[in-house]
Design a protein around this ligand. Structure first.
Ligand SMILES: [Ca+2]
Length: 346
């Protein structure tokens, strides 16, 4: 008797562990192995294998919400209940006195389809084609640039009127420099995989060095916090000791927007270029939704400049509402005053 009970218990445990007996019919698994993509107006449909007993109730494990009176072998659940981004959905299904469980990782996409715009009516500044640009910013009427590669990393000050080099400092030849941002009067520099963040003064003199326990990509400042990218679809709010305070996911109507790289905080939004493209996405930091996609591909003739790499520099002069864009080994810096700043009354 004990043996029989034990066997039943083991079988039930196995069923619970494997989620056997109930499965998600819709949405179908997509080509993303990490999660299933869900849209706001989708209905999630769970199907009960055992057709003997109808569902009595379903309990959402995350908020303990109970759904009664299902009276069906299927459970239909509006996807609008989910949060934007990744949702780990664990549901318990009760029928015929038994409990079955399901666990799904679902990705809720944005309900906003980003407006697509290209860059028009712009001017060009000269840019050092040897500069492997990793960060760009405007501060106190000067452009600051960081360039990468081990043994070649530099910090530079450029004249925003013509792009001329004003100051250039070679950095520790062991590090791979990444994004930069001013934080008060400190110029903060991330490194890619060196586990370090450096502080300089506005004249590019090194002041201090601190641990940074992750990959460094882009960096910007929203007036209160430093915001960093790490190559994923997450943006990180950093503390004043360069630890992660909080983070949020970035997504559009198709799914997660990964490879976020160089950043700039512009008029309440975060602009980020997407590694491997000439596209800049404009992100609402309150929601993580991409609201605008700016395509800079037409600005650079890659046949004429075959050595030009990816777009990787975004800076902003808030006084004159001018955006500066450049890339790794680009021959110029784009100087652009977007007309939509006038339309939004900013
Ligand atoms: Ca920047």
């Amino acid at each position: 008797m004990f043996k029989a009970c034990l066997s039943s218990f083991m079988l039930l445990s196995l069923l619970l562990l494997s989620g056997c007996g109930v499965y998600l019919v819709h949405p179908q698994p997509g080509n993303n192995a990490q999660w299933k993509v869900v849209k706001y107006n989708d209905t999630l449909i769970y199907h009960l294998n055992n057709r003997k007993f109808k569902l009595d109730s379903v309990v959402n494990a995350s908020n303990k919400q109970v759904y009664y009176g299902v009276d069906s072998f299927d459970f239909r659940w509006p996807a609008s209940q989910l949060n934007p981004g990744i949702n780990d959905v664990r549901l318990s299904f009760y029928s015929g006195g038994k409990k079955r469980q399901s666990a799904e990782r679902l990705y809720m996409v944005s309900d906003v389809e980003p407006k697509q715009i290209s860059i028009d009516d712009y001017e060009l500044l000269s840019h050092d084609e040897a500069a492997f640009t990793q960060g760009l910013l405007w501060h106190n009427h000067q452009l600051y640039e960081s360039t990468g590669l081990v043994g070649e990393s530099t910090l530079r000050i450029l004249n925003p009127q013509n792009g001329d080099l004003v100051n250039k400092q070679f950095l520790n030849d062991k590090i791979f420099a990444e994004g930069i941002s001013f934080y008060g009067d400190k110029l903060v520099l991330l490194t890619w995989k060196d586990g370090l963040v450096y502080e300089f003064d506005g004249k590019l003199m090194e002041k201090s060095m601190h641990p940074y326990k992750q990959e460094g990509w882009g960096l910007t400042f929203d007036g209160k916090h430093l915001i960093a990218s790490n190559g994923s679809n997450e943006l990180l709010y950093l503390s004043n000791t360069y630890k992660i305070d909080s983070s949020f996911q970035v997504f559009n109507h198709r799914g997660a927007v990964s490879y976020l790289n160089e950043l700039e905080y512009i008029e309440g939004k975060i602009w980020a270029n997407v590694l491997g493209s000439d596209q800049v996405v404009v992100i609402n930091p309150q929601t993580g939704k991409v609201e605008l996609e700016i395509d800079a591909a037409a600005c650079l003739d890659r046949y004429q400049y075959p050595n030009a790499g990816v777009l990787n520099g975004i800076a902003y002069n808030p006084n004159d509402k001018i955006v500066y864009l450049t890339g790794k080994n680009w021959p110029f810096i784009i100087v652009w005053r977007p007309s939509f700043f006038d339309n939004s009354n900013n």
